[in-house]
Design a protein around this ligand. Sequence first.
Ligand code: FAD
Ligand code: NAP
Ligand code: SF4
Length: 684
Amino acid sequence: MEAARRKVVSGRYEHLFTPLDLGFTRLKNRVLMGSMHTGLEEAPDGFRRQAAYYAERARGGVGMIITGGIPPNPEAGGGGAILSNPQEASDHRIVTEAVHAADPDVKICLQILHTGPLARTPDCVAPSAIRSRIAAFTPRELDEEGIEKQISDFANCAAMARLAGYDGVEIIGSAGYLISTFLVERTNQRTDQWGGSYENRMRFAVEVVRRVREAVGPDFIVIFRIAAMDMLDGGMAWDEVVQLGKAVEAAGANIISTHFCWHEAQVPTIATMVPRAAFAGVTGRLRKALTVPLITSNRINMPDVAEAVLARGDADLISMARPMLADPDLVRKTLEGREDEINTCIACNQACLDHTFTGQTVSCLVNPRACRETELNYQPTDHSRRLAVVGAGPAGLAYATVAAERGHRVTLFDAASEIGGQFNLARRIPGKEEFDETLRYFRRRIEVLGIDLRLDTRVDAKSLQAEGFDHVVVATGIEPRTPDIDGIHHPKVVSYIDVIMGRASVGQSVAIMGAGGIGFDVAELITHKGTSAALDIDVFAREWGVDFANHPRGGVTGVVPMVATSGRDVTLMQRKSDAVGKSLGRTTGWTHRLTLQRRGVKMMNGVEYLKIDDAGLHVLIKGEPRLFEVDTVIVCAGQTPLRTLFDSLEAEHVPASLIGGAFEASELDAKRAINQASELAAQI
Ligand code: FAD
Ligand code: NAP
Ligand code: SF4
């Protein structure tokens, strides 16, 4: 039966599971784990932790792993790990040996990352002394000798990677890092052989590849990551991308990996509102012009999406980076016909990229074990207990499934008719459709683990006591806060829950009271018109000003974003004097702010609410009275814990613990809820 099932599955994923022959070596399938700097590279005991992290992904079936980026010299990074000598190479052996021991067929390549002008050091270097909008320092312009040193450091790093037992290297030639700044006129204003004409601007990239190949010999994987669409105004033209691809191919790259932005670009390329596989067609176009295998990436988070990209001939290999944080076993589950058990990356960036950009170790919202493989493990219990978990929101779901996985007998209650708690609100926001995947994952997990799920069941202390559970876990979530304002019960005042669930009618002019994550989501919902950009590549292209078909310079030059809007007049308000939206995610907040600004949403801080009456919302702004003559006031004023059940359990001396929003509602998000629940369930 299992053999027959496998056959069917590999038929369904025929392209995904076809090996790729590189002549001197073979990749066992078409899925690779894309490079992500996790912070483990610099962490105490980092090599052992990376070994566990990558080995788990190797066991999970991926064909090739690209490590987080490692600079070839100090000026390429800024105080972190580098790879430049045999001593450092011997540390890396801990990682390569662990991966090859986990599965000798899995290849692991080191990404050589020279961040150039984006390096976090005053010693950073670039072709010209031009400071990027997002850089900390103005780079030093490299002279001829300096250029030679950088090239030779790339080559040396590649040789050290070989010594360390890697199967190859990836050279990153995109994103606004050193190599890409040579390619583009706005960052390369040299007049010597490294600047001016495009042949000259390309010279550095080509020389790096040539010298790396020379240093490692023919039987070593060399991948070049190219900016196939850099999203820069005045960025690379399509014929320049093709010319570069051909030149690095000729210089010795055996695989080309397509990348789709510079970090300073103003188009989201991996956030949750980006359609799945949105950029794969660009790779497909480049693939037609080149002969080596092409890797595509960005928002490919499920095997059917990957298979479709390969079947269309858009790429030879699929890079999944964040999806491998979310589920290390994604490939194995696909091979075994268990796709419905995949814990899907929802592209929130909350625990991965947001952590990178705030100096924290990377993890994953839906999988808090990511990058914590040596410390957070769900070991089988030797004292199985009968547990009641009340509330099937993210906290209750995580607790119930981890506890059941460990061998506890779990009953999961929810008063609602479906699992998910507030995720059932989140998934209704345009751009957050991926949240459905998390609910599908938990639904399946509940079945697989045999959890006794009781929906439509509001429990109280008495009913729980009557069933004699060993322990009750209260995950009852939150109540929306009702601010104490004159007129708060006026008919024009509605709650965010009723708006999102479509139970309240919303007028033409609206004030949103509270500009946290939910205030922004509600503003998105009520100003949105038509199909969600996340579901339609043409809508996405129109809204963000991308021309996929004609590929003007950077894909964006001269293309004006055309935003559809419901036409509502909306003001988003908060009391704080901070910039509105400051609390949003580091790497995604700007996309939400920009979208709403383009739809004409007004944002106001320093607002003092006075009263609501038939005339509208009366406020003080910087001491000045003002009336917003609105039809509707939507309250998104935060939340308070819902802990009545816990209090009554305590009063009855029933052993109980509190998790998620019921424990602490302030600044609670799903990342914290799932993490806290998983950690506690790992211990009981
Ligand atoms: P909840 O999700 O509130 O779940 C509590 C559950 O308990 C409910 O299902 C309820 O029915 C049940 N319950 C309560 N009392 C009883 C009882 N007596 N008996 C039985 N069942 C009971 N977070 C993020 O991290 N990222 C986001 O992008 C994001 N977007 C959001 C968008 C919106 C519109 C909303 C509303 C929230 C969003 N959140 C987001 C927040 C996130 O959903 C919450 O932090 C998370 O759901 C809290 O989880 P929880 O399990 O503690 O509580
Ligand atoms: P929040 O982010 O804490 O925002 C609450 C808002 O209400 C703030 O603007 C706050 O600003 C205002 N407020 C607080 N008390 C008030 C009062 N008494 N009267 C009037 N206004 C008041 O909470 P949330 O928006 O409810 O979101 C809940 C959780 O879900 C948050 O932790 C959030 O991170 C998470 N979430 C995340 C996302 C995401 O995309 N990552 C999306 C949605 C929700 P002032 O006090 O300045 O007025
Ligand atoms: Fe994906 Fe969010 Fe996890 Fe990052 S934190 S890997 S974006 S699910």
